[in-house]
Design a protein around this ligand. Structure first.
Ligand SMILES: [Zn+2]
Length: 821
C-alpha cells in the first residue's frame, strides 16, 4: 500500500509539474488558454501607441488592462516585446517577471475581483507591417502579443479603446471597439493614405487606400456597392442586424492575404480590389466574393468567434459558403454551379488527392502552430462539405439552424460541435453527426468508379485509405447510347455500391455530369478514352466544365494521352465562357510542361495560333498572361516582346507588363538589364517601383547574385512583403534556371520550420508550392525523397505542406511513358 501511495504522490507531482511547464511554454498553449478562460473575464484594453515617422524607430505604447479575476492564481499575460519601467497593479508599483514570451504577475499581489494593470512597453515590429510612410497591424492568429501585453486567445474577448499618436498628416483606422472581440481581430492602421467615404442606403462606409490612378480609384464605387449588398444579404439570411457600427476598408499594396475581417477596419489586397481596365469575369467575381467573404465574417467569426484556433476552418467555411450565396444574387448571368466548382471543388480536389491531405477538423496544442491549419482544405473543401450538408438536411433547416446558432452565441465563442448540436435538433432524422464524422473528421475523398456490366450500370465508392467510409452524396451520371439517345441517372450514394438497370450498353458514360459530387471520378479504360471526344459537343457550360475536369483528373492518373491537347485546342477555338477558358488553358500548359522542350515549343506556338481563332478580349488576356509567365518558344517570345514593347493594350495592367518583362529578362539573359530598366521607366508609382526593384533581382543571369537573393529570402526580415518574396522565389525557381536552382529545394526544406515560425499563416504552404511549381527533374524529386526519408519524425502538419506541393513531382510519370500509352 505504501508503495502505491508513494507512487501516486510522485505521479501527481509530475502531472502538476508538467502542467505548469506547459502554461509557461513559449506561445499560447491550450492549457494556458483553458486556465485563463476559467479564471479571467470582462477584459478591456485601453491602449496608446506612439508611431514614429522614422521606420527604424520603434513603436512604443501604454497599456491599461482591466479584467475580473475569480481565483487565487498567478496571472500570465502574453507579450514578446519589452516592458519599459514599472508595472502597476491598481496604483501600486509591483515587480513582475518576464519569461518565455509571458509576463507573470504573482498571485501574492492579486486579490480576486477587479484588477487593473498598467505598463509602458516597446512593441516588436513583426506584425506591424511598417513601411516608409504607412503601417498596418495584422495579428491573426496570435501576433497581438508581439505588439502589446494581452491575453492572446480567441475566447477571452475584450473591449478595446485605442489612442494613436502618429506623424502629422497620417490617416488612421482602428477596428470597431463597440463590442467585445478577440485579440486576433483587433487592428490599427496609420499612414499616408487616400481616403474616400460614402453613404449607401443610410450606411456609412469609409476606405483608406494608396492607389492614385483615377480609373482604378473609381472602382471603389463598385466596391462600396458590393459591401452594402453583402451586408443586406447577411442581415436577411441571419435575421440579425449588422453587429458592428462602423464599416471601414483598408486597401493595401503587397498585402499578404486576400483580406482580413477586422470589424470596422477590414483589410484587403489592392491587387484583388483595383482591377485593370478590362477585368475578366473571373477577376470581377473574385472581388465580389472577397468582399462578401470578409463581410460575412462580421457575423461568422467576429460576432460569434471560434473558441480555439483548431476551429478556424469553421469560420472560413461559413464565410465562403455565404460568399458564394451572396455572389449568386449579384451576378445573374454567371453559371454559379460552375463557379462554385471552379472556386472550391477543383481546388479542394487538388490537395485532397495528395498524400499531404488531412481532415477538415484538426487539433492544435499551441497557438504558435496555428498557421499550419490554413490551406485549401479549410477554405475550399469545407464549403463543398457545407453544400453537401445543406443538400442533405435542406436549405431551410440549415438556415434555421444557423440562425439559432448565431442568436444563442451572440458575441460569444462557439465551436463546430455547438453548431452540429443545433443542427441535429433542427433536423433529427438526417444524421448530421454521422455526416460530420465522415466529411469533417476524416481525411481524403472517395474514388467513385462507374462501369457497365451485363445490362447494369455499377457505381461504386472506394475509401482510398481502406477505412470503409462512405461519403454520402448525390450526383448525376449522363449516358449516351447509339443513335444519340441519352439518359440521366440520379445517384443518391447512400452505400458503397449502387446498380442501375440499363436497356443496352452505353457508348459514352459521363460521371458527375452536374458537378454535384465530390471525389475522383473514374471509368473503365474503354470509356475513359471516349471522354475527350465529347468535350466540343457538350453545349452546357457546367457540363463542359465538369467534363474538362474529369478528363484532367484522368490525365493526371496517366489514363489520358497528351494528344488530348488537340481536343482542348478545338474547344478553345470557340470557347466563350471565361471560367472554362482559363481552366482549359491551365490544362494545356500542364500538358506542355510535361513534354520535351521541342514538343513544348510546338505546343506554345499552337496556343499562340489560337489567338487568331478565338478573338475575344478575355481569351487574349487570359492566354497572353499565362504565356508571358511560361514561354520558352523563340517565336512566342518574339511576339510577346512586341506586345511588351508597344505597352499600349488596355486589357493589360502594370503587373501584366511587369510579368512580361521578368520573363523576357530571364529568357534573354544578354539583354536582361536593358529590359528591366525600360520596364522600370514605365512604372507610375513609388509602390510599384518598390515592388519591381524587389522582385526583378530574381531575373539576374548571374547565378551568384540569384543565390544571394535566395539566401536573403530565408531570413524573415527580408520577406516582409510576402507576396513579393514569393514572386521572387517563383522566378528564382523558373524552369529556365534548372539545374542551377536545385539547391534551393534542400535549403528550403531545412528552413521550413523557421519559415513557419517567422511568417504569416499561408507562407509555409505557399513557399513550398511556389518553390516546386516548375521543378521536374529527377534530381529535384530525389532531394525531396531524401529529405522525407532522413527526417522520419518531421512534424506532420509541416510534412503535409511538403507532400502536397511535391505531389506532381513525386507522382509524375515521364512523358515518354505517357506518350506511348
Ligand atoms: Zn476568412
Amino acid at each position: 500500500m505504501k508503495h502505491i501511495k508513494l507512487f501516486l504522490i510522485i505521479a501527481l507531482c509530475l502531472t502538476a509539474v508538467s502542467a505548469w511547464s506547459q502554461l509557461l511554454d513559449k506561445g499560447v498553449s491550450k492549457e494556458l488558454a483553458e486556465q485563463r478562460k476559467a479564471t479571467i473575464s470582462d477584459v478591456t484594453y485601453d491602449l496608446t501607441f506612439d508611431i514614429p515617422a522614422e521606420q527604424k524607430s520603434k513603436v512604443t505604447g501604454k497599456a491599461v488592462i482591466n479584467f475580473n479575476l475569480n481565483a487565487k492564481v498567478d496571472v500570465i499575460l502574453d507579450f514578446q516585446g519589452k516592458i519599459n519601467g514599472n508595472v502597476y497593479i491598481g496604483k501600486k508599483k509591483r515587480a513582475v517577471s518576464q519569461k518565455n514570451e509571458h509576463i507573470i504577475v504573482p498571485m501574492k499581489f492579486l486579490k480576486p475581483g477587479n484588477i487593473t494593470l498598467t505598463m509602458e512597453f516597446t512593441a516588436l515590429d513583426n506584425a506591424l507591417n511598417r513601411n516608409s510612410d504607412y503601417m498596418y497591424s495584422l495579428f491573426v492568429p496570435d501576433h497581438a502579443r508581439s505588439a502589446f501585453p494581452c491575453f492572446d486567445q480567441p475566447d477571452l474577448r475584450a473591449r478595446f479603446y485605442t489612442k494613436l499618436n502618429v506623424p502629422q498628416g497620417w490617416k488612421t483606422m482602428v477596428s470597431d471597439g463597440s463590442n467585445p472581440i478577440p485579440t486576433y481581430l483587433y487592428s490599427f492602421v496609420a499612414g499616408n493614405f487616400q481616403e474616400k467615404s460614402a453613404n449607401r442606403e443610410g450606411r456609412p462606409i469609409r476606405a483608406l487606400y494608396r492607389e492614385t490612378d483615377p480609373a482604378k480609384v473609381f472602382q471603389l464605387e463598385k466596391v462600396f456597392d458590393d459591401a452594402v449588398q453583402s451586408l443586406k444579404w447577411m442581415e436577411g439570411y441571419t435575421g440579425i442586424k449588422c453587429p458592428f457600427k462602423e464599416y471601414g476598408l483598408v486597401i493595401l499594396p503587397g498585402y499578404q492575404f486576400g483580406g482580413m475581417e477586422h470589424p470596422g477596419a477590414i483589410q484587403l489586397n489592392d491587387r484583388r480590389i483595383f482591377l485593370s481596365n478590362h477585368p475578366t469575369s473571373e477577376e470581377e467575381l473574385s472581388r465580389t466574393e472577397l468582399i462578401a467573404h470578409e463581410t460575412a465574417h462580421l457575423w461568422f467569426g467576429d460576432m460569434v468567434s471560434l473558441k480555439w484556433f483548431e476551429d478556424v476552418w469553421a469560420k472560413e467555411v461559413y464565410a465562403n459558403f455565404m460568399a458564394s450565396k451572396i455572389t449568386r444574387r449579384q451576378y445573374t448571368k454567371v453559371d454559379h454551379a460552375l463557379n462554385f466548382m471552379r472556386t472550391y471543388q477543383t481546388r479542394a480536389i487538388a490537395i485532397d488527392r495528395t498524400e499531404g491531405t488531412h481532415p477538415i477538423a484538426m487539433q492544435l496544442e499551441n497557438l504558435n502552430h496555428a498557421s499550419l491549419l490554413y490551406d485549401n482544405i479549410i477554405y475550399d473543401k469545407a464549403p463543398v462539405m457545407m453544400r453537401m450538408l445543406e443538400e442533405t438536411m435542406g436549405a431551410v433547416n440549415l438556415q434555421n439552424g444557423l440562425r439559432t446558432y448565431l442568436r444563442n452565441n451572440y458575441f460569444k465563442n462557439a465551436s463546430w460541435e455547438d453548431l452540429i448540436n443545433t443542427l441535429d435538433k433542427e433536423a433529427p432524422s438526417v444524421g448530421v453527426r454521422q455526416f460530420s464524422e465522415v466529411w469533417v473528421k476524416q481525411k481524403g475523398m472517395p474514388q467513385i468508379h462507374t462501369s457497365y456490366k451485363n445490362g447494369e450500370l455499377i457505381v461504386s465508392q472506394k475509401d482510398p485509405y481502406g477505412r470503409g467510409l462512405c461519403w454520402r452524396q448525390k450526383f448525376d451520371i449522363f449516358l449516351i447510347f447509339n443513335l444519340g439517345s441519352t439518359r440521366t441517372i440520379h445517384v443518391d450514394m447512400q452505400k458503397p455500391t449502387m446498380t442501375f438497370k440499363l436497356k443496352g450498353k452505353p457508348n459514352f458514360i459521363i460521371p458527375n455530369y452536374n458537378g454535384n459530387g465530390y471525389g475522383l471520378f473514374t471509368l473503365d479504360d474503354e470509356y475513359t478514352q471516349q471522354l475527350p471526344l465529347r468535350l466540343i459537343t457538350t453545349r452546357n457550360d457546367l457540363n463542359r466544365y465538369v467534363l474538362l475536369n474529369t478528363i484532367y483528373d484522368s490525365y493526371l492518373m496517366g489514363k489520358v494521352n497528351p494528344s488530348y491537347f488537340g481536343e482542348l485546342y478545338r474547344m478553345l477555338m470557340k470557347e466563350k465562357n471565361q471560367l472554362i477558358m482559363s481552366t482549359a488553358i491551365d490544362h494545356m500548359f500542364k500538358i506542355a510542361f510535361d513534354m520535351t522542350p521541342s514538343q513544348r515549343n510546338t505546343l506554345e506556338l499552337c496556343m499562340m495560333d489560337l489567338l487568331g481563332e478565338n478573338k475575344s478580349k478575355e481569351f487574349r488576356k487570359t492566354l497572353i498572361r499565362k504565356l508571358s509567365k511560361n514561354m520558352i518558344s523563340p517565336d512566342v517570345i518574339k511576339q510577346i516582346e512586341n506586345i511588351w514593347l508597344n505597352h499600349n493594350e488596355a486589357i493589360f495592367d502594370a503587373h501584366d507588363y511587369m510579368n512580361m518583362a521578368y520573363r523576357l529578362a530571364i529568357v534573354k539573359p544578354d539583354q536582361w538589364d536593358k529590359i528591366l530598366a525600360a520596364e522600370r521607366g514605365m512604372l507610375k508609382t513609388e509602390d510599384l517601383r518598390n515592388e519591381f526593384d524587389f522582385v526583378s533581382r530574381a531575373c539576374n543571369p548571374d547565378k551568384g547574385k540569384r543565390d544571394d537573393l535566395f539566401k536573403s529570402l530565408l531570413k524573415a526580415q527580408n520577406r516582409k512583403q510576402e507576396p513579393w518574396a514569393l514572386h521572387a522565389l517563383a522566378l528564382l525557381n523558373s524552369d529556365v534556371f534548372e539545374p542551377d536552382n536545385i539547391d534551393y529545394i534542400s535549403a528550403s526544406l531545412k528552413s521550413l520550420e523557421d519559415i513557419q515560425k517567422t511568417s504569416n499563416i499561408f507562407m509555409p504552404g505557399n513557399w513550398m508550392k511556389t518553390l516546386l511549381a516548375h521543378h521536374k527533374s529527377v534530381l529535384a524529386k530525389q532531394t525531396i525523397e531524401k529529405f522525407l526519408s532522413s527526417n522520419p519524425k518531421y512534424p506532420d502538419n509541416l510534412k503535409n505542406k511538403i507532400l502536397e506541393a511535391a505531389w506532381e513531382l513525386r507522382n509524375q510519370k515521364p512523358y515518354e511513358e505517357k506518350l506511348t500509352k
